[in-house]
Ligand binder design. Structure first.
Ligand code: ZN
Length: 206
């Protein structure tokens, strides 16, 4: 009898990020890409792909499916695997604010994601305008001229500012309390050979 290299020839090798119970690494199998409602935990859209495909490939098709099903996600919480400029722009284009942890890219190491600073201190967030796709930042003492300026939405400057305690951002708060928030999760599915597992924060470690 011929021995096959893997129990499932359709599966592929891929990479998964670390979760609390195990380190990042390679695995053979499939990934379940799904959008889950952050309030109810119920899946809103999903697809199973082999392990080699990156999470970000399926983020927007899934978000479009969620919208086509009549949901209006205002905020999408994603893990670091989705931290690509295109994801931010594509999300905003769909009237959905992305919340994604930053990878340590050169721009981040150079501090380009930090609030503007002047001689009066660090500028404060003064609200975002979704239509304008920009957020307003203000000199802490108001002595600068101009005392505030708009910064266009990007990976480095999101409309829901980073590093704020939960509930302090009015945009995020409204979306959460509306019950229409969705987060895009990637979780893994064990392949038949028993390897594989989960990727991203949406997994259920076993
Ligand atoms: Zn100032």
């Amino acid at each position: 009898m011929q021995q096959r290299p893997y129990s499932d020839p359709d599966a592929t090798w891929g990479h998964r990020s670390a979760v609390s119970t195990r380190a990042a690494g390679s695995f053979y199998g499939y990934k379940l890409h799904q959008v889950v409602c952050a309030i109810t935990g119920l899946p809103l859209a999903w697809r199973v792909e082999t392990a080699k495909d990156s999470e970000s490939t399926f983020a927007m098709p899934l978000l479009d499916t969620v919208k086509a099903r009549g949901f209006r996600p205002e905020v999408a919480i994603m893990d670091m695997g989705y931290d690509h400029e295109a994801i931010y722009a594509d999300c905003e284009q769909r009237d959905c604010h992305p919340i994604i942890p930053l990878r340590q890219t050169p721009a981040v190491k150079a501090g380009k994601h930090l609030p503007p600073v002047c001689e009066h201190g660090e500028w404060t967030f003064a609200g975002a305008e979704t239509k304008r796709r920009a957020a307003k930042w203000r000199c802490p003492s108001g002595e600068c001229s101009p005392a505030s300026r708009w910064i266009g939405a990007s990976r480095l400057h999101t409309l829901i500012p980073r590093g704020r305690p939960a509930g302090r951002s009015s945009t995020g708060c409204a979306a959460r309390s509306s019950g229409r928030t969705a987060d895009s999760r990637t979780s893994g599915r064990c392949c038949p050979c028993g390897s594989g597992g989960s990727s991203g924060f949406g997994c259920t470690p076993t």
